[in-house]
Design a protein around this ligand. Structure first.
Ligand code: NAP
Length: 338
């Protein structure tokens, strides 16, 4: 069977090479999945560029997110059966409950566990989640990392927000657009930033109550405060890292900042004075558990939320898909059909 491997870590787009691999055989507790689609996250670019902070193994099969059909199961598997349409969880050993060290032991698509950019994979069956009927494989493949992270930040790690409360998203990548969709479906108002004038128009058309171009409005945190009656938002989804001081100022006293990513790197300093003055709860979010994934999938089905798929690339064009992610031109998720 065909699979990609990370053959040149550090190269960025072009780091992946298509190779022949032996057919996977399901071990005890595993299912073999015929992968139909896989999706890209910013993390995959960091891994390919050699910038990822956890161990990366040359030769690993990339990508943490995929969806497909169960072909066969090994012994002691009762959760899924051949023919089931499934997605894989990002952290296969984190089944439920709060995060703990063992939950993040497996480093999918980077270090000690092969990822989903292959025609077939053997995966722990307990970490497979059924795809709701209304979603295609391409849509389902976008959910394991970005969507679960946004869901965890808003609904698993935070107290419920009253209808009409306001959240802040940064940019129009995967995590931010899922946060927007989940919040909007829950009756929350969403203020968002983007660095693109064209994307600004799309955001307004989709229902952001306010959209700000962070390249034009450098002090965008002041604009956020202005449109929230001087108070700031109730919950901010921080994915850029270097924006954290601004995000803290854009969040109300007693609000929440979910710290998720470092699109601009991880070297930003934040003063203790600012942290205390902001008076918001700063909570790191690390994707989520299988149970969170299942909770999210039920909510998505109830609201018929469809992931925003920017573009679908063919299997042979996987490196071009990574180049598009690197360009930042996408709106939502980039998918590879397998
Ligand atoms: N902690 C976790 O468990 C976890 C899980 C998932 C992701 N992450 C992290 O979260 C971040 C986002 O991931 P993703 O997969 O959603 O990324 P993505 O889809 O690649 O999103 C990239 C987008 O971010 C926006 N952006 C870039 N620089 C920005 C800036 N300075 N301010 C605001 N927006 C900016 C751009 O949107 P515009 O063109 O609209 O400006 C760009 O298109 C990454 O750092 C990723 O590693 C962490």
């Amino acid at each position: 069977m065909k699979a990609y491997i990370l053959s040149e870590p550090g190269k960025g787009p072009g780091a992946w090479e298509m190779v022949d691999r032996p057919e996977p055989v399901p071990g005890p507790g595993e299912a073999v999945v015929a992968v139909r689609a896989a999706s890209l996250n910013y993390r995959d670019l960091m891994i390919a560029r050699g910038q990822y902070f956890r161990g990366v193994r040359a030769g690993v099969i990339p990508l943490s997110d995929g969806a497909g059909e169960v072909l066969s199961v090994g012994g002691m598997v009762s959760k899924v059966q051949p023919g089931d349409r499934v997605m894989n969880a990002f952290f296969p050993s984190w089944e439920s409950g709060p995060i703990y060290p063992g939950a993040i032991r497996l480093n999918l698509g980077a270090g000690n566990l092969d990822g989903m950019l292959a025609e077939r994979v053997a995966f722990p069956a307990s970490a497979l989640v059924r795809i709701p009927d209304y979603l295609s494989y391409e849509e389902a493949a976008t959910l394991p990392c970005a969507a679960v992270t946004a869901w965890n930040a808003l609904f698993e790690s935070s107290p419920p927000l009253a209808t009409g409360s306001t959240i802040l998203t940064l940019g129009t990548g995967g995590v931010s657009m899922f946060a927007f969709q989940f919040a909007k479906a829950s009756g929350l108002r969403v203020i968002g930033t983007t660095g693109s004038a064209a994307k600004l128009e799309r955001m307004r058309a989709l229902g952001f109550v306010h959209a700000i171009n962070y390249r034009m409005v450098l002090e965008w945190q002041e604009e956020v405060r202005r449109v929230t009656a001087g108070l700031g938002v109730d919950h901010a989804i921080e994915v850029a890292g270097g924006t954290l001081p601004r995000t803290l100022r854009a969040t109300r006293l007693g609000g929440i900042v979910s710290f998720i990513g470092g699109l601009t790197g991880f070297s930003q300093q934040v003063s203790l004075e600012l942290l205390l003055q902001a008076g918001a709860r700063l909570q790191p979010i690390v994707v989520g558990s299988v149970a969170m994934f299942e909770n999210m999938t039920r909510a998505m089905e109830a609201h018929q939320i469809r992931p925003m798929v920017d573009e679908i690339f063919s299997f042979g064009l996987a490196n071009q898909a990574l180049a598009k992610l690197e360009s930042g031109a996408h709106f939502g998720k980039i998918v590879i059909r397998v």
